[in-house]
Design a protein around this ligand. Sequence first.
Ligand SMILES: NC(=O)c1ccc[n+]([C@@H]2O[C@H](COP(=O)([O-])OP(=O)(O)OC[C@H]3O[C@@H](n4cnc5c(N)ncnc54)[C@H](O)[C@@H]3O)[C@@H](O)[C@H]2O)c1
Ligand SMILES: [Zn+2]
Length: 355
Amino acid sequence: MKKILVNLGDRSYDVLIGKGIISRLPKLLKGIVGTPKVLLITSQSINRLYGKQIAKLLKGSRFEVTVCLLPEGETAKAERQLFRIYSTALKAGLDRFSGMVALGGGAVGDVAGFAASTYLRGVAFINIPTTLLAQVDSAIGGKTAINLKEAKNLVGTFYQPRLVLSDIDLITSLPKREYLSSIGEIIKYGVIASPSLFRYLENNASGLLKRKPAVLEKVIAESSLIKAKVVEMDERELTGFRAILNYGHTFGHAYEKVAGYGALRHGEAVAVGMCEAARLAEKKMLLKPLDRIRIENLVEKLQLPTTTGKRSLSPRLLREAMMKDKKKKGKEVRYILPIRIGKVIPVAIDPYSLF
Ligand SMILES: NC(=O)c1ccc[n+]([C@@H]2O[C@H](COP(=O)([O-])OP(=O)(O)OC[C@H]3O[C@@H](n4cnc5c(N)ncnc54)[C@H](O)[C@@H]3O)[C@@H](O)[C@H]2O)c1
Ligand SMILES: [Zn+2]
């Protein structure tokens, strides 16, 4: 097992990564909550796969567990679901010293974190991520959110969990495409902050594709550490430092939007976005051709796309999508570009000069 401390003063917490570590949950939870009442927030399919066993494990340690089932995926991040969590918690008698436990992907984690941050002005939140994306990214850092019909993630809070438990046994059931697309974010961590993680990925691509536990434990721990360090530097996205996590995302979000949500998975769009940002950096003489080639090769080796392929995405729509990006500064958009493996910088560019 690996343990990473997210060091945020009195909001510090551990991220635990390992195989089979879910068995430690009852003991860990006892150190966090002050009452036996816990609300387990998950979805139907994840409840069937893991939730029932986890509830049993907790009940065996005299916890009183109430389960709140949310719809699968993004539909969980809705106002109606948030209010269902509140009323389930209320009915179950959760008080200020009780805990809410999220068991699921980023969607369940985002809405459960929001609920925990606002129910009775905040109760202890424990996150058990079940997707690779949630383990390396969304479970760490304290961003919570729901979607409004106008836009995604429009309403939310910054609220750190008290514990993140990333058990690699829980991601064995992930469908292949879901699993692969999350690897995009792991490559991102290598490019933005860690030449050694990047090299490890180059050398262990096949182990990662085969979901070898030792490889998974290493890459999830390294990724979690980088995310933790970035969050420690800029917890509330105020200094601009957290923006390095957007590498590949300005292009990626535009591809996702223009291709139509669902056509390209988030991680796939980010993979193309990282390659495009590397090509742009090379064009601007910021990145050596060899490093651009290494990025493209690694993306390809991990079975992710390096271009949008045969999809003909309208340049006008892509430009418009990028101009709407939150990171816009006047007419220019701030792109995070690599200058070598392990280092990125923000560069303001007019998207009209790109297409
Ligand atoms: N808070 C943050 O900092 C942050 C960061 C990145 C992304 N996000 C959010 O995370 C969400 C995406 O998260 P995601 O990629 O984990 O997707 P997700 O939560 O939508 O889950 C994807 C699908 O996988 C299923 N699933 C989950 N775990 C499974 C398992 N172990 N086995 C089989 N199926 C499983 C889910 O039921 C769902 O259908 C988005 O809403 C995004 O906005 C948040
Ligand atoms: Zn992302």
